[in-house]
Design a binder for this molecule. Structure first.
Ligand code: A3P
Length: 301
């Protein structure tokens, strides 16, 4: 039996989550992404899953609106690979900046966006916490076809971490491939207009990053507004579903357990509660091998 069930679509050499749009017409969906009519005002958030996409999306949305009020348009309505209706994005007036996001590997992102050097915000997070977060996401989300609890994936944590990042069957092509491709593209100048955020740095010392991000986006934001945005985008506030926090309808609809798989713990180093000593040794050694030619440095605790 493959590590990831057959019901997950395969594109090129990687596996994708079973989003209805991909299940319906895999190559058609990728064609739509390929032919996407990017605009020079677009902002594309590029992340490997579970690296802080929703968090950064909210920060950018607040910056662009000049207000620390939560966005009423949810992130998943602008996630390219999951979109059911590209028309809705096309209808957004040119005067409104579109904040798009995607987890697909760099080579499959809209060529017009990449080739013209339109803005990209790239978020990275250490792979141990990404693995734990990804596992919990998959363990608490309904099967998107039946809308019932998924019984075939993820497999147990030990098997999940054994396969995460190695072997042929990798979701979105795997974490290592994702971050290394971006690193190389930046080094070689294929990507020029990129603002890179490390999840851990954003968590530990947000204000300098928020200021630099605002400058990258061309937004004039007072320190007071940035402080307010930082406060509203704290994990504690974003994870509170209800009147006080972000009204997360997607989680309510898709969680099988009631657990919030988008705003779960929001910590650095939760991997220590999941990895055994042996799993940690094996995964650390995998990181060393895979990242031996990389200059990227991650914070693990
Ligand atoms: P955990 O599962 O470790 O808690 P994505 O948005 O890319 O799916 O990433 C989800 C991860 O980011 C989850 O990690 C989630 O809790 C964390 N996260 C979301 N909002 C956050 C915030 N405001 N501050 C810190 N972490 C946040």
């Amino acid at each position: 039996m493959p590590y990831i069930p057959e019901r997950f679509p395969r594109y090129k050499d990687y596996v994708m989550p079973p989003f209805p749009a991909l299940k319906k017409d895999l190559s058609g969906q990728y064609d739509k992404i390929k032919n996407f009519d990017s605009r020079d005002s677009d902002i594309l958030i590029c992340t490997f899953p579970k690296s802080g996409t929703n968090w950064v999306n909210e920060i950018i949305s607040m910056m662009m609106r000049g207000s620390a009020e939560y966005d009423t348009v949810y992130k998943h309505t602008a996630m390219l690979e999951a979109l059911n209706d590209f028309g809705a994005l096309e209808q957004i007036p040119e005067s409104t900046t579109r904040i798009l996001n995607s987890h697909i590997p760099l080579g499959d992102l809209p060529p017009k966006h990449i080739e013209n050097g339109y803005r990209i915000v790239h978020v990275m997070r250490n792979p141990k916490d990404v693995a734990v977060s990804f596992y919990n996401h998959m363990a608490n989300i309904k099967d998107m076809t039946t809308m019932k609890p998924s019984t075939d994936f993820p497999i147990s944590w030990p098997l999940f971490i054994e396969h995460f990042g190695q072997g042929e069957e990798q979701l979105y092509g795997g974490w290592f491939n994702y971050v290394k491709t971006f690193e190389k593209a930046k080094e070689t100048g294929k990507l020029s207009n990129v603002f890179t955020i490390y999840y851990e740095q954003l968590k530990q010392d947000p204000m300098p990053i928020l200021k630099a991000l605002a400058a990258f986006l061309g937004v004039e934001a007072s320190d007071e507004l940035l402080e307010e945005i930082n406060d509203k985008c704290s994990f504690q506030k974003m994870s509170t579903i209800g009147e006080e926090g972000k009204d997360n309808t997607l989680v309510k609809k898709m969680s099988t357990t009631g657990k919030n798989f988008l705003f779960r713990k929001g910590e650095i180093g939760d991997w220590k509660n999941w990895f055994t000593v042996a799993q940690n040794e094996a995964f650390t050694s995998l990181i060393e091998t895979q990242m031996k030619d990389s200059k990227l440095k991650f914070i693990f605790e």
